[in-house]
Design a protein around this ligand. Structure first.
Ligand SMILES: *Cc1c(COP(=O)(O)O)cnc(C)c1O
Length: 419
């Protein structure tokens, strides 16, 4: 173990050696008492990129000066707006461009893709998910199961950590998958658990799921823009995500969806259809009979919600200045630094429930306090550091590498040390 350097000089040195540090200048930071906050809440809502206002003005101008012709003319003809996001999103999730689409929002997309992928039979009807999954995912899966007239208590298998443990072991997840075997229709997990911050082994779990003949679906809300993903290579069947967390696409930003090309190209695959998913050559023929696009965009339903994509397009331009590999490298260093500093103040009485192995977590550390969590959270906020609190007892701290620094982490440590 290295000796722990708890001087601010260490943080300054790390920042001066950080090639990604200038990226923070691309973002607006809220202020408290005239000072920029330290923002560790990008796992909930990312900061506003500075290029967003101009990007909105561009579309407002098109609307003002072109009205309906804005679909075909102007800086970014709206008819193709979803396509402007595709290459950026594809890079970030490790997909081919025709495997991704931007549409709707996360939970809506989860419903739409489960509607296509969850085809329970008498024999094969079970869905494995995490106990305590994000509530929206629980509601979505339970209501999908109910749509098929099935009993959620029988059809949904919840994974729980071993006694005394807070996170799941890959070997236990895989043994549950094997146990339910040919009764298993789908595994639907969060790539990173929102509460514990645990990053799952998406490749191994996907392979184990498919070995049982089941579908591997992933909710990547906390993984996208946080850790490198290889959805195509990992052979994931489908994935959904939101773009307002680490992706900085703004509140309620358009969601994302991935379908592996073996599904995306299958125009016969059953789906809930709408005209925006129809082949563009015949979309405006206004005829009967849906002809799906042979891409993930074949799952689009309604007119592109342009105003809901503008900020994401602007944010993707910032991601273009770096790579997920570079962001991840900094992220691991930043989060390890946070962990190391916290370990020097055991009197704080907080347990880091996020896995200690950097390969099993993203940017976030979840600090579990047996007591006074809310008061501590309040104190942190008062000192100009934004973190959030999640029941029961957890303060989530997520130094997003795209705009957080080592000094930010140090300042957080200082505040905690003095509590
Ligand atoms: C943030 C988050 C959501 C939010 O879903 P929306 O449909 O965008 O409101 C859902 N699931 C998980 C795991 C999340 O982290």
């Amino acid at each position: 173990m290295h000796s722990i350097d708890t001087s601010i000089a260490y943080a300054w040195d790390a920042d001066s050696n950080d090639a990604l540090a200038p990226l923070a200048n691309n973002f607006h930071f809220p202020e408290v008492n005239g000072e920029k906050v330290i923002y560790f809440c990008g796992n909930s809502l990312g900061l506003q990129p500075k290029n967003v206002a101009a990007a909105f003005n561009t579309e407002l101008h098109s609307w003002k000066t072109l009205a309906v012709n804005g679909y075909f003319q102007g800086t970014n003809p709206w008819l193709h707006y979803q396509e402007y996001l595709r290459s950026g999103l594809a890079k970030i999730v490790g997909a081919k461009e025709h495997e991704v689409t931007a549409m709707n929002a996360l939970t809506v997309n989860l419903h739409l893709l489960m509607q296509s992928f969850y085809k329970p039979t008498k024999q094969r009807f079970k869905i494995i998910m995490e106990a305590g999954a994000f509530p929206s995912d629980q509601y979505a899966v339970a209501s999908q199961v109910a749509q098929h007239g099935l009993d959620a208590a029988k059809a949904i298998i919840e994974l729980t950590p071993r006694k005394g443990e807070k996170t799941l072991r890959t070997e236990d997840i895989i043994s549950q998958i094997e146990k339910h075997g040919n009764q298993l229709a789908m595994v639907m997990l969060g790539g990173i658990n929102y509460y514990t911050g645990q990053l799952f082994d998406i490749a191994s779990i996907t392979a184990a799921t498919q070995a049982q003949g089941a579908i591997a679906g992933w909710d990547l809300a906390h993984a996208v823009g946080n850790v490198p993903l290889q959805l195509h290579k990992w052979n994931v069947d489908f994935a959904v995500w939101c773009n307002y967390k680490y992706m900085n696409g703004g509140p309620g930003a358009v969601g994302g969806a991935f379908l592996h090309e073996r599904h995306a190209k299958n125009t016969n695959m059953q789906r809930l259809a709408g005209w925006w998913g129809n082949d563009e050559k015949t979309r405006f023929a206004m005829e009967k009979n849906f002809v799906a696009k042979a891409t993930a965009s074949g799952w689009n339903i309604s007119t592109a919600q342009v105003m809901n994509m503008v900020a994401l397009k602007a944010s993707l331009a910032i991601f273009e200045q770096t790579t997920m590999a570079a962001l991840r490298k900094k992220s691991i260093a930043l989060t390890n630094y946070l962990e190391t500093l916290l370990q020097t103040i055991p009197e704080l009485g907080c347990e880091i429930i996020t896995p200690a192995n950097p390969q099993e977590r993203g940017a976030q550390l979840s600090l579990y306090f047996t007591k006074n969590a809310k008061q501590i959270h309040e104190k942190i906020l008062q000192s100009g550091i934004v973190v959030d609190y999640r029941e029961p007892g957890v303060i989530r701290v997520a130094p997003a590498p795209i705009y957080c620094s080592f000094e930010d982490v140090y300042r957080f440590y200082e505040v905690l040390k003095n509590i």
